[in-house]
Design a protein around this ligand. Structure first.
Ligand code: UN1
Length: 513
């Protein structure tokens, strides 16, 4: 690992193998059991983090609550200025943070840098937004009355994030929540605690340098039990959770039971429809990047290719040919395309999917397999696989977080492809490859894709931060990042002001005393 400058990166990020785990700012404490973070790149122990106990959590929540009283009164554009400084720090630390993401999570260094770039982008977006937290004005039906709405800070926002985007998803939530006047408590995945600690160091330094109290950015570590502190906590009006559908259902029920709000970003089962009018070269690049990028561990990864029978063989052969070029190995080595899966449990799920697709009637076109030998000691490197399948197979209906791509055939009109694409429980990302305007517009129409994201002539992954990110159906319905996603982090208040000496009632009601 030293060859790739990991030690230096850890040092620059202030991470040493110590027992840090819980933080309200520059203060670090935690008294729970140790979580060891092993790199899927080389299987080495990187460092250990202490997990948060209920006692630690209570202490942190008291600090967060006090910080909210201060932060909510700071004018929004001034809060934006703090987020601007945070974005500047991320620019300075882009390389070490990108490297840590790559080493702790296993995605390629380029993608690690890309993830930090998403953080920088959302900070820029949030800075502009801090002067645009607009409400509407309405015309009152009563004379001499004014009516308008305004958005106020919400409170303490809980963020539960997944291992696959160990830093960016936090920033999508936190950069917006901060300009909205909220304070945040973040539980990163227990598979990537060090990315969380690195980010908390960066944020805490910025708040401290500006004389702001501890508790605006808080970090807790641990497994689902620590997440439950948050989901059951009435002091958290909003829980934003990214992860599996299974996890999302548990979180949603716990939060709904106390009538809190939840923002859910759950699984995807993303497809690219390839019509007879598709540009095959573009299709292959989009499909292969979508299926094997981040080793198939994005919630937007391409899982299904729905190909028209007239171009089926051509597309199939081109994709198989492209898979032969893939170099699998250490993701910090920029010559490699595909890095490891996050851990051996993920490898088991990958193997299970390959077995099941064959059991259920599919054919492997590119056989998978777990790589062994030099460079693959962690046991987490697998070969991207392709299977010919049918959409009805149980395994195809599931999201397997690994580089397994299913080829599905359709005939007739694009409606038939849309029908297949929509016939899954998830609704995150979707794409169509076509130069035919009618097909493209049909795909984007009300009768088209039922996903939160629908693209034309690009793949399913790689969304920009400017748009609202999220999906429908069992993907959870939440929207993060751009557009007006900020509204969920604030509470809306409708105000009516009477500037006359009479008290006319609404709806023309008379009430004379
Ligand atoms: C995720 O996988 O949780 O569109 C988020 C993309 C990225 C975000 C993915 N911008 O692939």
């Amino acid at each position: 690992a030293t060859d790739f400058g990991i030690e230096k990166a850890l040092e620059q990020l202030g991470i040493n193998p110590v027992n840090e785990g819980t933080s309200t700012g520059s203060d670090w404490y935690a008294s729970g059991e140790l979580i060891s973070s092993y790199s899927p790149v080389d299987g080495q122990l990187i460092a250990k983090a202490k997990s948060t106990t209920k006692e630690d959590y209570e202490k942190l929540m008291a600090t967060a609550g006090a910080a909210f009283e201060v932060w909510k009164k700071v004018p929004a554009p001034q809060r934006g200025e703090i987020v601007r400084q945070f974005g500047e720090k991320l620019r300075e630390l882009k390389e070490p943070l990108g490297k840590l993401v790559s080493y702790e999570m296993g995605k390629s260094y380029q993608e690690g840098l890309g993830e930090v770039q998403e953080m920088i982008d959302i900070c820029d977006f949030a800075v502009g937004l801090s002067r645009q937290l607009h409400g509407l004005t309405m015309h009152s039906e009563r004379p001499g009355h004014r009516m308008y709405e305004q958005y106020h800070p919400l409170g303490i926002v809980g963020i539960i994030s997944a291992f696959n985007f160990p830093v960016a998803v936090w920033s999508w939530n936190t950069a917006l929540a901060w300009v909205c006047g909220d304070v945040c408590v973040w539980k990163p995945s227990e598979k990537t605690p060090l990315c969380g600690i690195a980010c908390q160091h960066i944020a805490a330094d910025v708040f401290k340098a500006n004389g702001l109290p501890e508790g605006i950015s808080c970090l807790i570590n641990g497994d689902y039990r620590v997440g439950e502190f948050m989901t059951h906590d009435k002091r958290m009006p909003l829980i934003s959770a990214t992860g599996s559908i299974r996890m999302g259902k548990i979180v949603a029920q716990a939060v709904a039971a106390r009538l809190g709000k939840s923002l859910l970003e759950l699984g995807g089962n993303n497809a690219i429809i390839v019509t007879p009018d598709a540009d095959i070269k573009m299709t292959v690049i989009g499909a292969v990047f979508g299926a094997v990028g981040t080793a198939g561990q994005r919630c937007t990864s391409t899982r299904r290719l729905i190909i028209h029978e007239s171009v089926y063989d051509k597309v199939k052969n081109a994709v198989i040919e492209a898979y032969k070029q893939l170099r699998i190995g250490n993701p910090l080595d920029e010559n490699n395309h595909v890095g490891p899966l996050i851990d051996k449990d993920a490898v088991a799920l990958y193997k299970n999917a390959l077995e099941k697709v064959v059991d259920q009637g599919g054919t492997l076109l590119v056989e998978g397999g777990v790589l062994e030998g030099e460079g693959y000691e962690s046991g987490c490197y697998v070969k991207p696989a392709i299977a010919e399948a049918d959409n009805s197979y149980e395994i195809v209906q599931h999201e397997t977080f690994a580089p397994v791509l299913y080829l599905l055939k359709y005939s007739g009109d694009v409606e038939n492809a849309i029908e297949i694409q929509n016939s899954v429980v998830q609704g995150l990302s979707s794409a169509i490859m076509t130069n035919n305007l009618r097909e493209a517009e049909k795909f984007l129409s009300a009768a088209g894709s039922d996903c939160g994201i629908a693209n034309v002539n690009i793949g399913t992954s790689g969304a920009e931060i400017g748009g609202a990110f999220g999906g429908e159906k069992e993907t959870g319905g939440g929207r993060e990042s751009g557009s007006d996603a900020w509204k969920i982090y604030m509470r809306r208040q409708t105000n009516t002001i009477n500037y006359t000496t009479d008290l006319p009632l609404a709806q023309g009601i008379k009430f004379d005393l």
